[in-house]
Design a protein around this ligand. Structure first.
Ligand code: KIV
Ligand code: ZN
Length: 514
């Protein structure tokens, strides 16, 4: 059985897409869970892109890259030598650091983006790999836009970087243009053509613009690729990257066909998927393969009948294979701090000290309001506390009047740095009124660009989770909040967005040139 290396780029390519940005603490929490999932490589960030990305990559290297059996911690870097220096400064703390450097090789990118000749790009790639190799033995090189690059030229670049010290060559379908059979053939031809390819690991990185990212990754494996780059829930630029859980479960379920497998502990998949949704406030579609709400739900009578008689009739995987919990009642009003900590640990949330204190208080408040507390509720309150816990405004009091034939109005008291401020507002509806009242207190004017509300569990008393995108005078930020009261959840989401502007540590510089 061959082994396929799982290179997770949730914290870099995934995080780079709108709505998925994570601060250092959030990245650390995800990285710890990725280590439990047992991915081989975590690409933690693009250190030159911003101070915060640098810090997050460095902290992942220090805190996750030094654990027993830690995965390799990788940072992304363009081919500029200063980029590589900065990348090394961030990843060097890990037991197994990797520098991943890339430059485009397609004529379209050379002509319009880089304005460089093929020879100049080849030289820059070789110099970059040599420079990176001076720092660390593990160097990955990617010819960006490989699927639209001239084949012979790209192979010349790949041969040259292997000679310069690249240990992994990663072939990206940057724009999601490839079709599985063609892509498989391209990977096989690279294996046959590139000089020294047997000394390097051959990898692919597929985007999902035509919905082919997972299929392309799997055909590449059939053609000899032994590393795949992917993200949890398939998040990433535009239509996303290849989804980790789909690739891993395809390989595991069809070992007979692929004769290849991964080291991933599949029982951690569901937890990891949910943790990402809770951190980012963005949920997967119900019919998403492997981790969607309906992925294991048999609705049709004939299917239910078959499954009741023998699961094998319609089930090719078992929910427990991916660690999917039954939505069971976990804790009640009388449960103590220890029980909460233990249950959270089972859910992948290892809280202690003040974080656990805050979660316990939120749990007690919730248990007073809601009879039955489920795993999903716990995840929602912890994610909510983590966002609200940041410095900035906190809700002290909220009063809303709304109804048919009434002008909705709201009064809020917000606390900041020990002081309490109060104001009120009216609006088209209760949410509008509350947000206007918050604007009146803070003197900031937010324009709502996106708003979504979902319930964490079923039942009339379910927690409502709100995610919103707000434009504060040209700075666009995401916020999220959770409460059994959806108006309060909206206010919390708005404040978590606003606090990112007031305390820009939650913000990052996203745009970076070629
Ligand atoms: O899609 C892409 O080309 C990338 C590279 C940096 C590997 O993300
Ligand atoms: Zn990419």
């Amino acid at each position: 059985m061959d082994r396929v290396i799982i290179f997770d780029t949730t914290l870099r390519d995934g995080e780079q897409s709108p709505g998925f940005s994570m601060n250092t603490l959030e990245k650390l929490e995800m990285a710890r869970q990725l280590a439990r999932l047992q991915v081989d490589v975590i690409e933690a960030g693009f250190p030159i892109s911003s101070d915060e990305d640098f810090e997050a990559t460095r902290e992942v290297a220090k805190q996750v890259g030094t654990l027993d059996n830690a995965p390799t911690i990788c940072g992304l870097s363009r081919v500029g030598l200063a980029d590589i220096d900065r990348c090394w400064e961030a990843v060097k703390y890990a037991r197994k650091p990797r520098i991943h450097t890339f430059v485009a090789t397609s004529d379209i990118h050379l002509k319009y983006k880089l304005r460089k000749s093929r020879a100049e790009v080849l030289r820059a790639a070789v110099e970059a790999v040599r420079h990176a190799h001076g720092y660390c033995a593990d160097v990955e090189f990617s010819p960006e836009d490989a699927s639209r690059s001239d084949f012979d030229y790209m192979c010349d670049v790949l041969s040259a970087v292997i000679e310069a010290g690249a240990t992994t060559i990663n072939i990206p379908d940057t724009v999601g243009y490839a079709i599985p059979r063609e892509w498989g053939e391209r990977i096989a031809r690279i294996r046959d053509t590139v000089r020294g390819v047997e000394k390097a690991v051959l990898s692919v990185h597929c985007h999902n613009d035509l919905g082919q990212a997972v299929a392309n990754s799997l055909t590449a494996i059939m053609s000899g690729a032994r590393q795949v780059e992917c993200t949890i829930n398939g998040i990433g630029e535009r239509a996303g990257n290849a989804s980790l859980e789909e690739i891993v479960m395809a390989l595991r379920t069809r070992k007979d066909f692929f004769a290849a497998d991964t080291r991933v502990r599949t029982e951690e998949i569901f937890k990891t998927s949910r943790l990402l949704s809770h951190i980012t406030g963005i949920h997967v579609q119900p019919n998403k393969a492997i981790v969607g709400e309906n992925a294991f739900a048999h609705e049709a009578g004939i299917h239910q009948d078959g499954v009741l008689k023998e699961k094998l009739t319609y089930e090719i995987m078992r929910p427990e294979d991916i660690g999917r919990p039954s939505n069971k009642l976990v804790l009640g009003k009388h449960s103590g701090r220890h029980a909460l900590a233990a249950r959270l640990k089972d859910l992948g949330l290892d809280l202690a000290g003040p974080d656990l204190d805050r979660a316990f208080k939120a749990f007690k408040d919730l248990a007073d309001r809601k009879k039955e507390v489920y795993d999903e509720d716990l995840m929602a309150i912890v994610a909510d506390e983590a966002t609200q816990g940041a410095a900035g405004y906190e809700i002290e009091y909220l009063h809303v009047i709304s109804g048919t034939g009434v002008v909705p109005s709201a009064t809020v008291k917000l606390k900041k740095d020990g002081q309490v401020f109060q104001d009120s507002g009216v609006g088209d509806g209760p949410v509008d009124a509350v947000l206007n009242a918050i604007d009146a207190v803070t003197g900031m004017k937010g324009r709502l660009q996106d708003y979504s509300l979902r319930s964490a569990t079923s039942g009339k008393d379910a927690i409502g989770e709100v995610a919103m995108k707000v434009d504060f005078d040209g700075t666009v930020v995401w916020g999220k909040g959770a409460s059994t009261d959806v108006i309060e959840a909206s206010a919390r989401a708005y404040l978590s967005a606003l606090n990112r502007v007031v305390h820009p540590s939650g913000q990052r510089l996203k745009e970076i040139g070629p």
